[in-house]
Design a protein around this ligand. Structure first.
Ligand code: OTD
Ligand code: ZN
Ligand code: ZN
Length: 344
């Protein structure tokens, strides 16, 4: 039995850090284990220009605990007004590593997202030219489509036509939640997919059976068990297509435990413990490093980290059930099983 595992330091390829008091509270949770993270731009107002991204990066660096080494990888929120020249300069200077596409209304703070894809054609062509990944929240938002079908319908009606129309565009399917997402990602070129920690652990029963569990509600919403198993198989396969994007998305308990509760699971604190458990359960501990530390930098054409973390297995470890922020408490994701792996 393995009791200790050293892997290259992980990165998080999809993270929400927010701003202000919340940023100060959640950033140390990620910086403790992760070297870098792709920082989501869905602030209010969103990060849309290179100047916005530079200012946000400065606020993140200022919020880092003394002595912590962490590199925020900045993104721009794609709108129908995004200027290809501003984007090009931001990428060429090294500031911006990806562009984020939210279909309008798909998730928290996404009303400024894209409605008409013809209006962003120039930006997409610039990105194909630069090799800059487009990170896509892949759900249709048309009210007629059932919320559990939104990802599969998006793949057929939006993602596939978009990729065909822009040859060379490099795409990350963010936080995939379905077997269809796994199959589509696997079959494509210039295509990768992130998988969250929580979608490897919960299915839709966890949200709805025995009383509604607001802390398990996120978008895309967790699907049937067969889809969770498809995600487990993909994540633990070691295949270069799949890598970790926690989508750790803090909201205060007051806003989660609410008549119209916010979407998002906060997993920054215990992600590495949960992933070690999941990979061990599936007999794939030797492929954890590919998922958390190798496949992401390879797709983003960035060097891998050079230092290592050591995971050790022992008595059950406990994490705080909540963290305090200046805005109120945030509940840490409860995987529903005891955790025995910890980062030394
Ligand atoms: N999903 N919550 C949030 C974003 C994500 O789709 C996402 O990336 C958030 O709160 O920003 C969530 O459930
Ligand atoms: Zn999303
Ligand atoms: Zn997200």
């Amino acid at each position: 039995m393995t009791h200790s595992l050293a892997i290259l330091r992980p990165d998080d390829w999809h993270l929400h850090l927010r701003d202000g008091a919340m940023l100060n509270a959640v950033l140390p949770e990620t910086a403790r284990h992760f070297a870098r993270a792709i920082i989501m731009p869905n602030l209010i107002p969103p990060v849309v220009t290179a100047a916005d991204a530079a200012a946000y990066r400065d606020r993140i660096m200022a919020a880092l605990p003394e002595g912590a080494a962490f590199e925020p990888l900045m993104t721009l929120y794609l709108t129908e007004q995004t200027d290809p020249a501003d984007l090009r300069a931001a990428v060429e200077s090294g500031l911006v590593k990806a562009v984020k596409l939210y279909p309008a209304g798909a998730t928290t703070n996404s009303h400024g997202g894209v409605r008409d894809f013809d209006r962003v054609r120039g930006v997409l062509e610039t990105m194909a030219d630069l090799g800059t990944p487009l990170c896509i929240h892949g759900e249709v938002t048309t009210p007629e489509v059932d919320i559990f079908d939104r990802e599969a319908v998006f793949i057929d009606t939006v993602l596939d036509p978009l990729r065909r129309a822009t040859p060379g565009l490099r795409v990350v399917m963010e936080h995939i939640t379905t077997a269809q997402g796994v199959a589509y990602a696997r079959a494509g070129t210039d295509l990768a997919a992130t998988i969250t920690t929580h979608h490897l652990v919960i299915n839709r029963n966890h949200i709805l059976v025995g009383g509604i569990k607001p802390h398990y509600y996120c978008l895309p919403v967790a699907k049937r068990e067969e889809h969770r198993l498809a995600l487990r198989e993909a994540a633990t396969s070691g295949e270069a297509t799949f890598f970790l994007g926690t989508d750790s998305a803090p909201h205060t308990d007051a806003l989660k435990e609410h008549a119209c509760g916010c979407a998002g699971c906060f997993t920054a604190t215990n992600t590495m413990s949960i992933l070690a458990h999941v990979f061990e359960e599936d007999g794939a501990l030797d492929r954890l490093e590919a998922f958390t530390s190798l496949n992401g930098p390879a797709f983003y054409r960035l060097p891998t980290n050079t230092d290592r973390i050591t995971l050790v297995k022992g008595d059950a470890v406990t994490y705080p059930s909540k963290i305090d922020t200046g805005d109120g408490t945030v509940t840490v994701f409860d995987p529903g099983f005891p955790l025995h792996w910890t980062v030394k």
